[in-house]
Design a protein around this ligand. Structure first.
Ligand SMILES: Cc1cc2nc3c(=O)[nH]c(=O)nc-3n(C[C@H](O)[C@H](O)[C@H](O)COP(=O)(O)OP(=O)(O)OC[C@H]3O[C@@H](n4cnc5c(N)ncnc54)[C@H](O)[C@@H]3O)c2cc1C
Length: 382
């Protein structure tokens, strides 16, 4: 049983503690699922999470209430501790509809009625082959055509690419060069002209694709927010969800620590449990400090956002950078303490070792988070 003493921290309210207490037994009863076919697994997970009423937290409600970042973080931490793919399925429902939750029209918000119950799968399509970290350099165009727009270009590394019912797509409407000439659109997964150009296979498999848009026609009413505001919208969405990536890393790290504590108690070497060796105790202590420090940064960021801060760039960047980097270190130590078992295919710490890596790359690579933090602290933003 993982340490839940952090729930007593003043960042949380009783409703958060109650949520965590409800989610834990649900995860224990339902996860992990079979990952043999990741598309089917993700579809099944979205269905299960919807039926369990866990997805209602991923989108704002009918009144347009704010997303509760602490709840999102608790959910991701808990799900990641049980099954990385379950965390992925949950997270994408939120990230894929974040722009609608924050800026959507009444019509666009109808999608939330579906994604919040698991009836539709969502995706967030920002990255392009030539513009990963350099987001303002995207090339996909949205050309006005009467009352419609025609979207043309490519998106890559799109999670849920190929299985999503809706995509939030960022394209160049040309008001100005760079960040100012981008707009956001809702695009149906079955839109004519939208196709999967390539499936991408990564070390911790999940549905990922490069997508091709060939004159994909969307009505002007599909634009989220105002024309030319797409970059600002993307950053506002990432401002909410970046801390939750740290929370997922925290879940992976907590699982690695739990597995290591158990291994230290149950593996006998030199006539005594492994945990009697002081150097092993040193590893466990380092792991525990990393986990608690990451949790403090993650929940500080989530609490700050929930308290109404318009932007939490510094807090969220620190949370993501630290939690993902330290989770990598914690998991590496867990692999070490498990000896040969740690690198055996299918062992839980071997899976964690693969799961954690991409979190230091997506939603802003670690180096990019450092740039954000340095700009904030050197520019007087804390
Ligand atoms: C598993 C996975 C899932 C993803 N899901 C999605 C998704 O759903 N939607 C979506 O739109 N995108 C998604 N992405 C894309 C992801 O956001 C990009 O991979 C990421 O932004 C980095 O872009 P890139 O891969 O082109 O790397 P590059 O931009 O080429 O960067 C490579 C490296 O260069 C360094 N670097 C870059 N910029 C700087 C800088 N300013 N200062 C210092 N160093 C720097 C960093 O070390 C970085 O890792 C996903 C990626 C992965 C791996």
């Amino acid at each position: 049983m993982a340490d839940t003493s952090f729930l007593a921290w003043p960042f949380f309210e009783d409703r958060h503690r109650a949520f965590a207490e409800r989610l834990e037994p649900w995860c224990a009863a339902n996860l992990p699922v079979d990952h043999d076919n990741v598309d089917d697994a993700c579809r099944a997970l979205v269905r299960m999470l919807g039926d369990g009423d866990w997805l209602s937290t991923t989108g704002s409600d009918d009144d347009g209430g704010a997303l509760d970042v602490r709840t999102l973080c608790i959910a991701r931490e808990t799900l990641a501790r049980h099954d990385g793919l379950a965390d992925f399925a949950f997270a994408m429902q939120g990230l894929g509809t974040g722009a609608i939750s924050l800026f959507g029209t009444t019509e666009q918000r109808n999608w939330l009625k579906k994604t919040r119950v698991g009836d539709a799968i969502a995706a967030f399509a920002l990255t392009e082959p030539q513009s990963g970290s350099d987001v303002a350099n995207i090339a996909m165009t949205a050309q006005a055509d009467g009352d419609d727009y025609l979207l043309s270009g490519e998106k890559t590394w799109i999670s849920n690419g190929g299985i999503a019912d809706l995509y939030t797509v960022f394209a160049r409407t040309g008001e100005a060069p760079g960040a100012k000439g981008i707009s956001a659109f809702v695009v149906r997964g079955d839109a004519a002209g939208l196709s999967v150009a390539e499936r991408l296979h990564v070390i911790a498999p999940h549905p990922l694709a490069r997508l091709r848009f060939e004159d994909v026609r969307v009505p002007a009413s599909a634009m989220i927010g105002a024309s030319g505001q797409g970059f600002r919208i993307a950053m506002a969405v990432l401002d909410v969800f970046r801390s939750t990536v740290g929370a997922a890393a925290l879940g992976f790290a907590r699982r690695a620590l739990d597995e290591s504590i158990s291994r230290a108690a149950n593996r006998n070497l030199f006539g005594a449990p492994l945990g009697d060796l002081q150097m092993v105790q040193g590893h466990i202590a380092d792991m525990a400090v990393d986990v608690d420090a990451a949790a403090l940064l993650v929940y500080r960021a989530a609490w700050t956002k929930d308290m109404g801060a318009p932007r939490v760039s510094r807090e969220a960047a620190m949370a993501k950078l630290f939690a993902t980097d330290r989770a990598q270190r914690v998991i590496d130590q867990a692999v070490q303490l498990h000896g040969g078992d740690g690198v055996r295919q299918g062992h839980i710490v071997e899976k964690l070792y693969r799961e954690i890596r991409a979190l230091r790359i997506y939603e802003g690579a670690s180096d990019v988070q450092k740039v954000v933090i340095a700009r904030q602290v050197m520019g007087g933003g804390g």
